[in-house]
Design a protein around this ligand. Structure first.
Ligand code: FPP
Ligand code: MG
Length: 311
């Protein structure tokens, strides 16, 4: 299996993050020209500002990167189509963070090193910014569908995106997470929450890239399995960092799980076992990836690097 050295990986990662930022920026909603106030601003300017603030606040941009790498792995060549889906995915991810940080949920003041959207724009606009991002994500993905040569694949990708973001995916996981806060959880409940609230969008990212590129169904299922393993590893690492990192490094408050009385993988299994599990899940993801035809050294290295991520 091809693995990039640290320096080359960092270089390629920086390049890809910059690329995603440019893509996302390019898809930001624009003032329409109707409903403009005397100074030339749209009447609903606040929502454009809140959307831009939350979307452009930084972040690892992992999900769009996974879409593009999966698309590359299966030889996709329609740049405009995949980019619309990448932007849509980041919008859905960002909406989920904006809503997760609201006072009614985790009530966090910092995210990605900056004040959370509701802290800057008020709780009402925080709610609306999340709603707007979610809706605009579908408007954006549909631009990709409209341009796609193979409409069936594009609609299939849209179906995956919508399902994995909804009640059978991220929202479903978040519901159980919120409902079980302060209660004691079984191992199966923790697995369910992690698989859905964190795993679903990572699964969707790898699947969307593969489906858009025309990957065979069986291999799309493998991509889903890889995403599920990455999701578990990623969320357990999140729990570990919540206990071991600093607010400066993470860009969001540490000790959030304890503050919110959340049982995590670490509280159930202990730190050592949690660390082992992160390695195990990442190893499993790489094993499945190896079975696939084609090789993407950057993707291999990215999965490995997630084990050691510090933020
Ligand atoms: C951080 O991603 C996010 C997670 C680990 C997922 C947590 C799940 C939720 C907050 C679900 C919320 C759902 C609803 C419906 C409100 P990241 O580390 O990639 O963040 P980054 O983009 O800032 O780097
Ligand atoms: Mg939360």
């Amino acid at each position: 299996m091809k693995i990039l050295d640290r320096q080359e990986f960092s270089r390629q990662m920086e390049e890809r993050v910059a690329e995603v930022e440019e893509i996302v920026r390019g898809f930001l909603p624009r003032a329409s020209g109707t409903g403009v106030s005397e100074n030339g601003d749209s009447f609903q300017k606040t929502i454009f500002d809140a959307m831009e603030y939350s979307l452009m606040a930084g972040g690892k941009r992992l999900r769009p990167i996974f879409i593009r790498e999966a698309y590359r792995l299966f030889g996709g060549d329609e740049k405009a189509v995949v980019e619309a889906f990448m932007a849509a995915m980041e919008m859905i991810h960002t909406y989920s963070l904006v809503h997760d940080d609201l006072p009614a949920m985790d009530n966090d003041d910092f995210r990605r090193g900056k004040p959370t959207t509701h802290k800057v724009f008020g709780e009402d606009m925080g709610i609306l910014a999340g709603d707007a991002l979610l809706n605009f994500a579908y408007e954006t993905a549909l631009k990709g569908v409209g341009q796609a040569r193979n409409k069936e694949n594009a609609v299939g990708a849209l179906q995956i995106l919508s399902e994995k973001a909804g009640v059978f995916g991220m929202v479903g996981g978040q519901v159980v997470d919120v409902e079980m806060t302060g209660k004691s959880l079984t191992e199966a409940q923790v697995d369910f929450i992690y698989r859905l609230k964190t795993g679903a969008l990572l699964e969707a990212s790898l699947m969307v890239g593969a489906v858009l590129a025309g990957a065979p169904e069986e291999q799309v299922v493998w991509m889903e399995q890889i995403g599920a393993c990455i999701g578990m590893a990623f969320q357990i690492q999140d729990d570990i960092l919540d206990l071991t990192s600093t607010t400066e490094e993470l860009g969001k408050p540490v000790g959030s799980d304890e503050k919110n009385e959340k049982m995590t993988y670490v509280t159930i299994h202990g730190m050592e076992r949690a660390k082992e599990k992160v390695e195990e899940y990442s190893g499993q993801a790489l094993e499945i990836l190896e079975q696939l035809p084609g090789e993407n050294a950057f993707l291999n290295t990215l999965i490995l690097e997630l084990i050691h991520r510090k933020k």
